[in-house]
Design a protein around this ligand. Structure first.
Ligand SMILES: [Zn+2]
Ligand SMILES: [Zn+2]
Length: 227
């Protein structure tokens, strides 16, 4: 039985449903997307109760916004890294630090914009530490790895078959906004991002599924970061 990865667009961002013997949902999109998610799920021939675990890649409103609604609908357990847990449980986004020369100047404004997008807080059922989490108990051959850099608690779902769902650790091409994959526009620490990319490559990741933009070949990370 193969692993299936389904991209579900919820606004500008996307979440991913990973299916094997069980089903794990990675991220939950913007606030107020519960109904859209349910429709996408039935189009895939799935019921909410089929999902055993929700992995939240980090504490930004465009990834955890509908987590409360989707957790209630599915009854699935909710997992997040301990460094981003407080954002999920307070209903506020982690700080948004823009990359580049103007970042320092505009980051407070960006953080304010994101703070103005509150979401319903959710309690984490599974708090992930630096040792990560195996997804085998949820019927998916893979694991969650701590891949910081976008936020301190950013995590990636790495599947044994060579795919990784990475949240905002990297961005895909999304014409007309950007043509190619690359570093995210927002990052706590670009050096940490490159180190996390290196970790994914060392783990044999071949395809990257980003929270924004199209999936791409992991080899691109090596070129972009000079790894
Ligand atoms: Zn983010
Ligand atoms: Zn995002």
């Amino acid at each position: 039985m193969e692993v299936t990865i389904s991209r579900i667009a919820l606004g500008f961002g996307a979440c991913y449903l990973v299916r094997h013997e069980g089903a794990v949902l990675v991220d939950c999109g913007y606030p107020g997307r519960g109904r859209a998610f349910r429709r996408a799920l039935s189009a895939l021939g799935m019921s909410p109760g089929d999902i055993g675990l929700i992995v939240l890649t980090h504490g930004h409103a465009d990834h955890v916004g509908s987590a409360a609604e989707i957790a209630a609908m599915t009854g699935a357990r909710v997992a997040i890294h301990r460094a981003d847990r407080s954002w999920l449980e307070s209903g506020r986004s982690a700080p948004v630090r823009l990359v580049g020369a103007l970042g320092r100047r505009f980051s407070p404004a960006a953080t304010r914009v994101f703070s103005a997008l509150p979401f319903q807080a959710v309690r984490a059922d599974v708090v992930i530490g630096d040792g990560g989490l195996s997804l085998e108990p949820y019927g998916v051959p893979g694991e969650v790895l701590h891949t910081p850099g976008h936020t301190p608690g950013s995590i990636s779902v790495v599947l044994r078959e060579g795919s990784a769902v990475v949240g905002d650790l990297a961005m895909g091409g999304a014409p007309p906004l950007r043509r190619r994959p690359g570093f995210p526009y927002v990052a706590e620490d670009l050096g940490l991002i490159a180190a996390s990319w290196q970790l994914l490559l060392e783990r044999g990741v071949r395809t990257v599924y980003p929270g924004h933009g199209s999936p791409f070949a992991a080899e691109a990370l090596r070129t972009i970061a000079g790894l």
